[in-house]
Every structure is written in C-alpha cells, then in structure tokens.
Design a protein around this ligand. Structure first.
Ligand code: DC
Length: 251
C-alpha cells in the first residue's frame, strides 16, 4: 500500500513489525502448500497459491477445447479470463474463474499435467505474471509457486526453496490424494517425475532456486520443523530491517 508523500524507505520504517513478501518455491509434492499456509497463518499474512492460477488457466483451456500448446487459442482465451481468489467461512482461499468457484475441479491428475504444459507457454506466463504482481502490491503475503523468488518477486524479502526426495514427494502426494483418485503410487511417482522434467526443463521461468534463496530439504523433516525454519528466516529479516531503520533514523 502506498502512503502519500513518503519514500519507500519511510513507509518501511512506519511498519511495525516490517511487512514482508515471502516466496516459497519448489517441485510438486515438496509440501509447499501445507507449509505456506501454516507460515501465513502464524504471521497473519495473506497466502497466495500461484499453482492454482495455472490450474485455472488449464481448466479454462480444457473447457474451451484449447490444446496446451495452442498459443493463439490460449492468448485469445486469456484476454477474457478473470481469475481471482475469494475467502470462504473457514478462511481457505477459493479460486474463482469467470465468476464460478472452480476450487473443487482443479486438483485432478489431468489438470495437473495440463497446468504444467500451459505453464511453459509465454502467453500464459505473461498473463499470470501481471496478475500475480498485482496481488503482491500490498506486503504481508506468502506466495507459493515455482518462479516466485526468481522471476515474479526477485526483490522478495525472504525466499525459500523447498525440496524433498522424489520418493518422499510421490508418497506424500499419493497419501494426500487417497480416496480422491484411483492412481497407484507408481502412477503418482511417474506424474511427478514428468512434471519435474516439464517445470525444470522449460525455457521460460524454469523451476530453480533463486541465488539468494534458502534451500530446505524436507525429506526427513516434519511440517512444524519446516515452518519453524522459515519463521527463523523471517525473524532474521525483521531484525535486519529494524537495525537498518534505526541506523537511518540516527543519521
Ligand atoms: O503447484 P501446483 O502443482 O499446483 O502447480 C501446477 C503447475 O503450475 C506446475 O506443474 C507448474 C505450474 N506453475 C508454474 O509454472 N509457476 C508457478 N509459479 C506455479 C505453478
């Protein structure tokens, strides 16, 4: 939020404690969603699941019969696409696509693969880049995704890259989906491997840690351990900002 007449540094000084932009990137199944939600809740921050936006684009493409590599079709579709988040009573964000709540439709294996496919297309990334940056204009947000710390918010205050072994990620995803899908563990493991290849191998904004990201391997860690590690980084950054502000006040 901009305060009239104040420089960015002065605005930062007026915040108590400092409002931060936090990015949490990493491959499928690394535990980003659970951890990002918990971090946002502990800090009283907003949580934005950017993967849901790519899934929303994939769902719109599927509904309109547009192939994942049809750049012209995707471009035309994005021109009229309205994607927003709204809150329900329980506080969980809902994805609204052209006025309809599509939250329950975007977690299927087909949409996962199509989301990964459309996310490699420049027209789609351009469209969502703008949308995500608008969502980050006010601070106090936790962004979860693949390129949040590298491309969308390179100036973010705290950048985390959350990874885990392929086996651990497949098992977690399999357990999460139990009951909601008839995929076997091998099928889930295969889908994750293909998405890893897609998401890391694409030319535009590939999945990789930002050079200033803190890398956390969650293979042998509990959710609480990971959340604590991230909050440690947040506190370090707050101390750094507070010290910087004090030094500048004293000048
Ligand atoms: O996080 P997820 O599994 O819901 O994401 C679905 C796909 O969207 C993922 O395979 C890659 C893409 N994605 C992306 O390219 N950039 C992001 N910031 C978030 C997701």
């Amino acid at each position: 939020m901009k305060t009239k007449g104040l420089t960015q540094d002065q605005q930062l000084k007026n915040k108590q404690p400092a409002g931060l932009v936090i990015t949490i990137d990493g491959p499928a199944g690394a535990g980003k969603t659970t951890v990002s939600r918990a971090v946002a809740q502990r800090l009283g921050y907003r949580y934005v699941d950017t993967g849901a936006l790519y899934r929303g684009v994939a769902l719109a493409a599927m509904s309109n019969g547009i192939a994942g590599d049809d750049d012209d079709g995707l471009d035309r579709m994005c021109t009229d696409l309205e994607l927003t988040f709204s809150k329900r009573e329980n506080g969980n964000p809902r994805l609204i696509l052209n006025g309809s709540d599509v939250t329950g439709l975007i977690r299927t294996p087909e949409i996962s693969m199509l989301a990964s496919d459309v996310s490699a297309r420049p027209v789609v990334r351009r469209f969502l880049l703008e949308l995500q940056r608008k969502m980050g204009r006010e601070q106090c947000v936790v962004f979860e995704g693949r390129d949040m710390g590298t491309v969308v918010f390179p100036e973010a205050d705290v950048k985390i890259f959350l990874s885990a072994s392929h086996k651990a990620r497949a098992l977690r995803r399999f357990n999460e989906m139990a009951g909601a899908s008839d995929q076997s563990l091998d099928q889930v493991a295969d889908e994750i491997r293909r998405r890893d290849e897609n998401d890391s191998g694409r030319e535009l904004a590939p999945l990789k840690p930002a050079i200033d990201a803190v890398i956390i391997d969650s293979t042998a860690l509990s959710i609480d351990d990971v959340v604590d590690k991230i909050l440690e980084q947040v506190n370090k950054m707050r101390t750094f900002i507070d010290k910087k502000n004090e030094t500048e006040k004293a000048k």
